[in-house]
Design a protein around this ligand. Structure first.
Ligand code: ATP
Length: 339
């Protein structure tokens, strides 16, 4: 059974890691019919809008996409395409599994954390004003609906995956209304619907210190949007960096899979980027499609790919960011040989 999915290569290192990922998926007989669309700088370079209607229509039709990174201009320019897409499809739960990879040595050997990030609210509302010259403000938004649904998502996920605990990071001592609401909603969902899952709360600054002291004490983390963004990268640093952290953005009616890292302009176009985070995101997509469509072939392809990249890493066949010497294409070649 073939599944149709949207492919957005993105820009920067996006096209290189996407091409490498597609080669592996093809070799693993992942039966996906790709509908390719552009977004971000690549779309503008092609003379289109930053987020073309044809891209939105394709995702709306097929309900699932694999997306490469899209550059977001700093301090000026268009609103992040990543944020626009998450809002357009109400993909309110970003999920980033963080765990040790075989053959990647780090100070910790027992990291197994899943970051669940609220994906549509907080300071990503995009509402910023100049009150008067020299005074600017940014609006942090929290809603009962937004806070409750992501909490429910995190607890459901914890239960389905047999995880032991959900920990909320917050700063409700300072942001009493917004973070207070996030905390309150998580507490209520726990108490009323999921009291069989352990639940813990921590003020985010102390939580970050504890994360880098002993990550093994954490399991599922539930965070509002900005904290989730920052803590995802912090967690990436615990297990070897951004090259090994996949991601998925889930809504009630669709999902977009993308690596946590950005477009890495410093190494773009040089065949140096690690395609693994996008490949791992594609594996997450295959497992999601297997569940969605009851298509076991997708799960088998996912399993084969995972084994193949684990074997590559175990044998020290790694890209430069992980201390190896392979380039993007060479790493994909090794994974394909291992299939
Ligand atoms: P964005 O704002 O688009 O998320 P960013 O500022 O977080 O981007 P990244 O593009 O993620 O930055 O890059 C951060 C650093 O990590 C850069 O030095 C980049 O080269 C490196 N990096 C990111 N992704 C990869 C990858 N797949 N392979 C190797 N190095 C990477």
């Amino acid at each position: 059974m073939t599944t149709t999915a949207v492919l957005i290569p993105g820009d920067g290192i996006g096209p290189e890691i996407t091409a490498a990922t597609l080669r592996v998926l093809d070799a693993a007989d992942a039966n996906i019919d790709w509908v390719e669309r552009q977004a971000g700088v690549a779309a503008m370079d092609a003379g289109d809008d930053v987020l073309p209607q044809s891209t939105l229509d394709a995702i709306d039709e097929h309900k699932v996409a694999l997306k490469g990174p899209c550059t977001t201009p700093v301090g000026k320019g268009f609103q992040s395409v990543n944020v626009q897409l998450r809002k357009a499809f109400d993909l309110y739960a970003a999920v980033r599994p963080v765990r040790n990879m075989p053959g990647v040595e780090t100070p910790f050997s027992n990291v197994d954390i899943v970051v669940v990030r609220e994906n549509t609210e907080s300071l990503y509302s995009g509402v910023e004003n100049e009150i008067t010259p020299g005074v600017v403000m940014s609006m942090k938004v929290a809603t009962l609906k937004g806070c409750t649904r992501v909490a429910r998502w995190a607890f459901n996920y914890a239960k389905q995956r047999n995880r032991r605990k959900v920990t909320v990071f917050h700063k409700a001592n300072i942001m009493k209304l917004t973070d207070g609401m996030f905390l309150d909603c998580a507490g209520k969902v726990h108490e009323q619907e999921h009291s069989d899952v352990d639940y813990d709360t921590m003020i985010i600054d102390a939580a970050c210190m504890r994360l880098v002291q002993d990550p093994s004490r954490f399991d599922v983390l539930l965070l509002e949007n900005l904290y989730g963004d920052v803590v995802s990268d912090l967690c990436a640093g615990l297990v070897g960096g951004l090259g090994v952290i996949p991601g998925a953005n889930f809504g009630d009616d669709g999902a977009i899979f993308e690596a946590v890292h950005g477009s890495a302009p410093d190494i773009a176009g040089q065949n140096l980027a690690n395609p693994l985070a996008l490949l791992m995101s594609a594996v997450m997509m295959l497992n999601y499609l297997a569940d969605r469509d009851g298509n076991d072939a997708h799960r088998q392809s996912a399993e084969r790919i995972k084994k193949a990249y684990d074997e590559a890493l175990t044998n020290g066949q790694k890209t430069r960011d992980l201390g190896g010497s392979l380039n993007t294409d060479e790493f994909a070649d090794v994974v394909i040989q291992n299939l």
